[in-house]
Design a protein around this ligand. Sequence first.
Ligand SMILES: [Zn+2]
Length: 1006
Amino acid sequence: MGLNDSSPGAMRNGRGLSDQWADSVVVRPRTTERHITVHKRLVLGFALSIVTLIIVTAVAVVLSIRFEDCGERRGAAGEAGPRGSGRSNGSRGDRTGERGDEEAVQPWRNSRLPGSVRPRHYDLRISVYMDNFTFSGEVSVELECLNATRFIVLHADRLEVDRVSVTAEGAGGRPANRPGGGVMRIHRHFPFPANQMYVVALHRELKPMRVYRLNMSFDAAIEDELLGFFRSAYSLQRERRFLAVTQFSPIHARKAFPCFDEPVYKATFSLTLRHDPQYLSLSNMPVDASSLSDEDGWVTNRFARTPRMSTYYLAWAVCNFTYRETQTDGGVTIRLYARPDAISSGAGDYALHITKRLLGFYEDYFKVQYSLPKLDLLAVPKHPYAAMENWGLSVFVEQKILLDAEVSSSSYQMELTMVVVHEICHQWFGDLVTPVWWEDVWLKEGFAHFFEYVGTDFLFPKWNMEKQRFLTDVLHEVMLLDGLSSSHPISQEVEQATDIDRVFDWIAYKKGAALIRMLANVMGQPLFQKGLNDYLLSHMYGNAARDDLWSKLSQAMRSEGRDINIGEMMDRWTLQMGYPVVTISKNQSEQRPTHYITITQKHFLYGEEARKNLSLQWQIPLTVAVGNESSVCVEHLIWINNRTETHRIGQMDDNTWLLGNINQTGYFRVNYDLQNWKLLIQQLHSSPQIISVGNRAGLIDDSFNLARAGYLPQGVPLQLIGYLPEETSFLPWHAASRALYQLDKLLDRTDEYRLFSDYVLKQVASRYHQMGWPSNSAGTEGSVLQASYQTEELQRELIMLACSFGNKQCHRQAVAYISDWISSNKNRIPPNIRDIVYCTGVSLMDEDVWEFIWMKFHSTNAVSEKKILLEALTCSDNTFLLNRLLNLSLSSDLVPEQDVIDVIIHVGRNPQGRNLAWKYFREKWDILNARYGEALFMNSKLIGGVTEFLNTEKELYELKEFIQSSGVGAGPALPRALEIVEGNVRWHRLHRRQFYQWLRKPPSLG
Ligand SMILES: [Zn+2]
């Protein structure tokens, strides 16, 4: 029944619908019944049928009048939200003895479902017509009434509903022909498009604790867009083939069948698909029974009944793919379905292999078995996201799951691996236990993102993802966004359907993952794992809110005698936007100055004006180490709760430095007094290894960002990276190159740019020459990757820096590789650096090379290769070619739909293409917005990507003008873009002079 998803009395976040359900099953005296009884007595008393007729007619007239004028009364009655309406109806009904308060409320006018009924089981039959891209369906929903109501309100969008009927199942589950059972008369049924709802208004009320059946039939189109039940095409031996697949998350199941399309309405599903036998069909569960029609030869596949689940990860597909399969030791069948040519070339084998290992990993880690008998991975040519975690039928865009070992780089393989790890994690976090509502979407996305790193470490321990790559790719990345005043808390209130897509942003994914990692480090791995295990077990097949998680984690801590109120601590991080900058300084007071440090916390923001009225504070788990030339002292964990605190730390003298946030496990920045920065920089120059790899990367990222925001002089980060020639690890180089590319885009159109690029090249040169270029080892990636991933990545990073900042030797090498390819028609470029070589070649060489790459882009079948060839085309200096590429990508189907956005963004990254991309974006905004508007994630990626490097007053003015003329409907992406561009312009105004001054005369270390 599911009413006890959450333990009653447990603290919830105020919108736990399950609590409301628990309240609402209390049976209350229903006034309507009394009302009718009174009438019956009257009727019997007079014993005149003619009177009955008059009374019945009168009641009907009164009711219909009341019904019609509900609209006018909405102002007053509409005050009661969907949560409160059930309860207040009861008490008001008692007083007035009137029927129809609910009509006045018009529950379909609320953006959330009213919660008076809930689905228990769906029988769904869909007939799919691939010849004209339509489908028709019948759904029969078993409903349980929780609150007496005359209305069944559910979701439906773009569906042509024709027949609707409601029957009562009979008291106590007895058949419908018993007392209380039978057909319910429908007053009327109608769509309410504003909330994507469908309303069935009955003559009589549904009664609490009784079961009803709602039957609806409907028709709809299989649209050529990436939502609901949609179609896409691919070619197989020059023949165009079609497939149709679903994407329901977050709110598009309602485009495929009428349903209660909110995650808390979990139910079981029995799906039947009927289609032309040339296709096969897939769904969450295996096929239970399959039959061929004698009449038309069509297939009918009946899929096994699902466990309790939400609508958004229900899925089905109709295609003519083939597959390869494997089995886990526990007997779960895993299949990978893809285009027949991809399957026969073995491009799916890698994903299949790691999925098998991952199911075992998660079962061990979570100590909860995978719930379904099978797991299908479906590789589709077109998809709005990288992948979607449908339970038992996860869908991936081809570039995130197919791997051609011969030509794929290790970064492509890494990205693909992480997408698979992410989706498999969701089979537990998201599918088995589902967030109550979208405000806590980070509960599933943050976990899946965090586990991308933990799970990948399991597959490839040498990659060291969680300790290293996590820092640059997650922590540093999201702190850029979350340091803006246009950021938002990770738990954000959403009500309107149109806002729900908005919660799937980097804050939910990356900040969620960073906070979970911080918490895991505070708790320690065994307790964290124990807490997660309890959480999953107590909420499996149900829903949970963040407080449910906090309480399980606190319980795990208490079981070991550690009394930390995790909910109280984490609320500061999840309900407040942004993060703090912690400043650590040696105590300047005269008394016992050597033992004490002063620690302050402030909200970190890039914009100085925005910092004026700050009041946010956090509970910060700060680790501090004290060190000098030869050693580092024990780390201390200090909880910082106040704005300023003084702590005793141990023996220090003038030459000891302080280092905060050890291994960057915390979600905050650390600043120091200038003397301490100087000591840290000296340490890095003399013997960097004393400071951990994670902290070296952290110092680089913190110093660049503190300087960018004006907390530090511009020279500090520049001086700090002067140690890089001594740096032998990949991660600090990666952190530095990320910061340097940011600066590069700010500076690449300034007169003194050479000062900057020369400085970068000076740092890169020695290590670049030492590492050299990789030897061509195509075909042996798998083994090389395992053994020397860190070395390969460092080599790649150095080549990229050298080539993009203008190292002549690097340019010559790239040109030589391209010339060799053209003359021999053999691609001997090592896969790991192909993107760098292609891009460098296109930018330095003539138009023929562009044409050559364009031709290769068309002829290759390897998805990874296709993507980097396409991106290389954006590297040209020739604006005519760039323009041609932009036009071709949007107006023809030569470029896959989801790659069009990348083309525009990459053209914008090219200094020669920046104006062009910016102009093109504005001109084509209407088309782009129409195409990607509903998938807000892509839209905001596009807006961010095209605008983030604008940095002149003129460009800022153009952006403001554009926002005014067409900013409607783009969500938070435009305000964010505006803040970033304002920040860029401000940096030029306030800091550029100081920056170049330092470069002209860098002071020597002393
Ligand atoms: Zn996800």
